[in-house]
Write a protein that binds this ligand. Structure first.
Ligand SMILES: *Cc1c(COP(=O)(O)O)cnc(C)c1O
Length: 401
């Protein structure tokens, strides 16, 4: 069969029925961009300029524009972006930083690495983001900052958080690793706090071909200090006024991300479309209320890094296994809240300390939502979910009779 005939077959009106759906497939997004990417990488290899340089400056300008901040500083990862932001804000031993426990580890380790103390705040069960109503009770003499995490692509309640921060003279560090391009009341993630931190880990909404990160801010002094700290605190060369780290953005990642940046808006729209398709199908099946399907938020332009449902009644793990049996990928973000991690035991939290966080950890399930997911695949996931849930109901009815 000729190559053309194969292509013809793949796009014919008789597609192969869906038999599995991966949680993630970064290849689908990257494949169409490989030609320009490889060409640029070749130019970088030939130039020999691998760290910093014009591709890094270009990406910083594009990200600052997208985030609606004046400045952005590239670094080696989202984890380092958080660490650098805290270092530049002089967070140190004895200081307290309020952060959700329902987040990725890096939000919290950035705080403990500096000897500061994370103070965990429970979440709003509807949004999975920090509940600002709980903040006033957590503020002490030692509180220096609040770190809202814009989880799963949805901005935290920044109006309330910023107001509390203003009243208590606290800095605000936005962990926007999952939320580039999201907005809250028309304002972009990273532009609302003192500083915003981004990750370009391959599965984030703007993903590189390796690790990379960025800090975005409107504060020129802070940006300059972050840039210096990311290069051993060195300025000028071989003169160190303070001890920094080595966390530089490399030119290859910056070039790849610069090319992908032109697609970011389209990726977000595709993720939003996928979320809408899920919601429509789940509502049509009558599952929307039982599964606590994530809703659109009038205040927030959600960019859906994850589509996370809740499966109550202790059935989450069983349903997840049934999805896996049908070839459907899913993941639990996050099964163990930070206050229950072994390495943070010394902080003195216990089971019951953060009830909504702990309940979420037992109920959440993230379904495939990547941009290139097809309607047929979403249908397959919803079919699988419906069958898995009703199989359980039959089972419980059988037990009852
Ligand atoms: C991914 C992520 C990070 C860390 O980013 P890396 O680039 O993987 O270091 C930090 N916070 C949150 C919420 C994340 O999802």
């Amino acid at each position: 069969m000729s190559k053309e005939a194969t292509v013809e077959f793949a796009s014919s009106s008789h597609p192969v029925p869906v038999q599995s759906v991966p949680l993630l497939d970064v290849k689908r997004g990257n494949q169409p961009l490989l030609d320009p990417i490889m060409q640029t990488l070749r130019e970088i290899c030939e130039s020999g300029w691998f760290i910093g340089g014009p591709h890094c400056q270009n990406l910083e300008a594009l990200v600052a524009e997208n985030c609606d901040t004046e400045l952005a500083v590239g670094c080696a990862s989202g984890s380092d972006a958080l660490l650098l932001a805290l270092m530049a804000l002089d967070i140190k031993r004895g200081d307290e930083v309020i952060v959700p426990s329902f987040t990725f580890f890096a939000s919290v380790s950035a705080i403990t690495r500096l000897g500061a103390t994370p103070v965990f705040v429970d979440i709003d069960p509807r949004t999975f983001n920090m509940n600002p109503a709980l903040l006033p009770d957590l503020i002490t003499e030692s509180t220096r900052a609040i770190m809202p995490v814009h989880l799963f692509g949805r901005c935290a309640d920044m109006m309330a958080i910023n107001e509390i921060a203003r009243q208590h003279d606290l800095r605000v560090i936005e962990d926007a690793a999952q939320s580039i391009g999201a907005s809250y009341e028309g304002r972009r993630a990273c532009s609302m706090g003192d500083v915003g931190c981004l990750s370009f880990y391959p599965t984030k909404n703007l993903g590189g071909f390796g690790d990379a990160g960025m800090v975005a801010t409107n504060n020129g002094e802070l940006a300059a200090r972050i840039r210096r700290l990311a290069n051993h605190g060195m300025e000028p060369r071989y003169y160190h006024s303070e001890v920094g780290i080595n966390s530089r953005l490399d030119a290859m990642q910056a070039a790849i991300l610069g090319i992908k940046m032109a697609q970011l808006q389209r990726y977000s729209v595709m993720r939003q479309r996928n979320a809408n398709t899920y919601r429509k199908l789940l509502v049509a099946r009558g599952l929307a209320s039982y599964l606590c399907v994530p809703e659109d938020d009038a205040h927030c332009d959600h960019v859906w890094n994850q589509f996370t449902i809740r499966i109550p009644d202790g059935r989450r793990d069983e349903i997840r296994q049934q999805l896996a049996d049908r070839g459907i990928g899913s993941e639990i973000y996050y099964p163990v809240p930070m206050h229950q991690q072994e390495c943070f035991a010394r902080l003195g939290y216990h089971t019951g300390s953060l009830p909504e966080t702990e309940r979420a950890a037992g109920e959440v399930l993230s379904l495939p939502i990547f941009p290139e997911l097809t309607t047929a695949e979403i249908q397959y996931v919803v079919d699988g979910l419906t069958e898995a849930l009703s199989a359980g109901q039959d089972y419980s009815r059988r037990l009852a009779s």
